[in-house]
Ligand binder design. Structure first.
Ligand code: PRP
Ligand code: HPA
Length: 178
């Protein structure tokens, strides 16, 4: 899997100084556009749950919708969108989450997950973990069992994956950029 990680990493484009000077932005659109890399990433992400029952995959807007939709299909699970506030039409539950500067709120439909359902959280990348932490709290507040959180990319120096593990969420990532 070291070979796989290197192969997937090579399919990700790095953009210097985006969105701000000093940031090395990991652009996964090149992985998504590479048919073989996209399939391998999704196959590898779902591997621990092949043959076990997962009720729902929750994907975080926007890039978590792309990965999460494919993961849900692969696991024959339902898909639940976690969105930025104001986008969902039915009654929602809401959670504040930390951004690099300031905070925002995310929402999910109140009936999207039933109490006790087994949910896997999916996003493309974990950095500070503020976004994923908010999503885990939102899911747990409505009684979901968050079985794991999965990301293609970990930026371990920003501490997000450790933060989720400290909340007793098993974390699966396919590659790291340190
Ligand atoms: C990015 C990424 C994750 C989040 C990770 O999304 O897709 O959702 O940031 O950062 P964190 O671990 O520090 O919270 P972004 O907020 O840029 O939203 P977008 O997908 O709508 O562009
Ligand atoms: N790439 C994509 N999304 C991100 C990054 C990055 O490097 N850092 C925080 N969110």
């Amino acid at each position: 899997t070291d070979f796989l990680a290197a192969d997937l990493a090579a399919s990700i484009r790095t953009i210097a100084d985006y969105p701000k000077p000093g940031i090395l932005f990991r652009d996964i659109t090149t992985l998504l556009g590479d048919a073989r890399a996209f399939r391998r990433a999704v196959d590898e992400l779902v591997q621990p749950w092949a043959g076990s029952k997962v009720d729902k995959v929750a994907g975080i807007e926007a890039r978590g919708f792309i990965i999460g939709g494919a993961v849900a299909h692969q696991l024959s699970a339902g898909f639940v969108p976690i969105r930025k506030k104001g986008k969902l039409p039915h009654q929602t539950v809401r959670m504040a989450y930390a951004l690099e500067y300031g905070q925002d709120e995310m929402e999910m439909h109140v009936d999207a997950v039933a109490a006790g359902e087994r949910v896997i959280l999916v996003d493309d990348l974990i950095a500070t973990g503020g976004t994923a932490e908010g999503a885990v709290k939102l899911l747990r507040n409505i009684g979901a069992r968050v079985e794991a959180a999965c990301f293609i990319v970990d930026l371990p120096d920003l501490g997000g994956s450790d933060k989720l593990r400290a909340m007793d969420v098993p974390v699966r990532t396919l590659l790291s950029f340190a």
